[in-house]
Design a protein around this ligand. Structure first.
Ligand SMILES: *Cc1c(COP(=O)(O)O)cnc(C)c1O
Length: 382
């Protein structure tokens, strides 16, 4: 069997329908969406505005409130640093969670160096935050609360609706990184009560290098200092010539996700459950990292007792999954998310993150179950 891809949290393959939508914008339709004087520019602009509607519609947003970016890393930076740079009323406090993605934690660290206070909420052994701790942390000094919609390692979904209510009660802004959740579970900006929402195209079968930040229209308006100054694109929030093919692909991916989400999420959850049931049936000492209920349908993360992590991943040569060691750096540091759950370094290293997706099959799941079973049994004897 060729390598089986089960790492959809890292990136998803491009859907063929998305590629078809993008192709003309690499060739005949190469115009700059800001060129106002000819049809090449108008065609590009029209395609971008259509994508803005497609992306907005996926998350229940007015299309004007969608700002295109290069991905969720940039969207998170724009949301967090942008709000901080125009900090209203001298508010200098941010509340976030210790299991957030680096693209949230690192901007927060940077703001600490600039004199902001940041509260990093802890999580319990299931990966969930305590709403009482949120109530305690958010005060009249809090500028922004940032809590991701679905975790990229353990798939955990925090209670965003309640967190949003707490933020609003204190007039704090509420941001969520929905790079993993959008397109997989319902993420409606009004239902969730978010003011800012980060999205990434390549986590929903779109192209890499395209993303968006939703910015709620409010009065008074949310003040957001841009990261990039230049031609004033994207209503001044994000200067730079638009990545038209990427944005068109993002739009197509969002439209497909919106129309197929209900069916696809049920199918992917069934594959995930088949994988989980198979592993538990065949092996002792296999436990889930993170809540199995408040969880993205495409995610499974398991720790396996009694096997060294490096040998485990070495032996899984034809299955593309991620280990519990940080994937972001060259070092094999155990992930900050698994540590936050209380795992020791050995169990974190012997944890496997599975990201299932649109193109996985039952046969692949069954192969992966038997492969892991064989490898673990062999390593435990050896
Ligand atoms: C992938 C990911 C990001 C980064 O998104 P890019 O578009 O690759 O910059 C941020 N947050 C989460 C939760 C992610 O899964």
């Amino acid at each position: 069997m060729p390598p089986i891809y089960m790492d959809s949290h890292a990136t998803t393959p491009l859907d063929g329908r998305v590629l078809d939508a993008m192709l003309p914008f690499f060739s005949e339709q190469f115009g700059n969406a800001s060129s106002r004087n000819h049809s090449f520019g108008w065609a590009a602009k029209k395609a971008v505005e259509r994508a803005r509607e497609q992306v907005g519609s996926l998350v229940g947003a007015r299309f004007r409130d969608i700002i295109f970016t290069s991905g969720a890393t940039e969207s998170n930076n724009l949301a967090i640093k942008g709000v901080a740079a125009s900090a209203a009323h001298g508010r200098k406090h941010i509340v976030t969670v210790c299991t957030e993605h680096r693209a949230v934690l690192d901007p927060c660290r940077e703001l600490e160096r600039q004199g902001f206070d940041v509260t990093y909420l802890a999580v319990d052994a299931e990966g969930m935050i305590d709403l009482d701790a949120v109530r305690e942390a958010v005060t009249e000094r809090t500028l922004l609360v940032s809590v991701m919609a679905g975790n990229n390692e353990i798939g955990v979904m925090q209670p965003l609706v309640e967190i949003g209510r707490i933020a609003r009660r204190r007039d704090a802004l509420f941001h969520s990184d929905a790079a993993q959740a959008a397109g997989s579970v319902e993420c409606d900006v009004d239902e969730l009560g978010v003011d800012l929402l980060s999205l990434s195209a390549h986590k929903m079968y779109g192209p890499k290098g395209a993303g968006a930040l939703y910015v709620r229209k409010k009065s008074p308006a949310i003040r957001l200092e841009p990261l990039l100054h230049g031609g004033g694109h994207e209503r001044g929030y994000r200067s730079g010539t638009l990545n038209v093919p990427g944005i068109v692909g993002f739009g197509a991916a969002a439209e497909i996700a919106a129309s197929e989400m209900a069916k696809e999420s049920a199918r992917v959850a069934a594959l995930r459950n088949r994988l989980w049931d198979g592993l538990r049936r065949n092996l002792d000492g296999v436990d889930a990292n993170g809540s199995m209920t408040a969880r993205l349908p495409q995610n499974l993360n398991v720790r396996i007792e009694g096997v060294p992590g490096d040998a485990l991943f070495m032996a899984l040569d034809d299955v593309a999954v991620s280990s519990g060691a940080a994937c972001t750096t060259a070092t094999a540091e155990p992930s900050h998310v698994l540590r936050a759950l209380g795992l020791n370094d050995d169990l974190a290293r012997a944890s496997i993150r599975f990201g299932l997706g649109r193109f996985n099959t039952e046969q692949e799941v069954d192969y992966v179950v038997s492969k892991i079973t064989d490898v673990v049994k062999r390593l435990r004897i050896g």
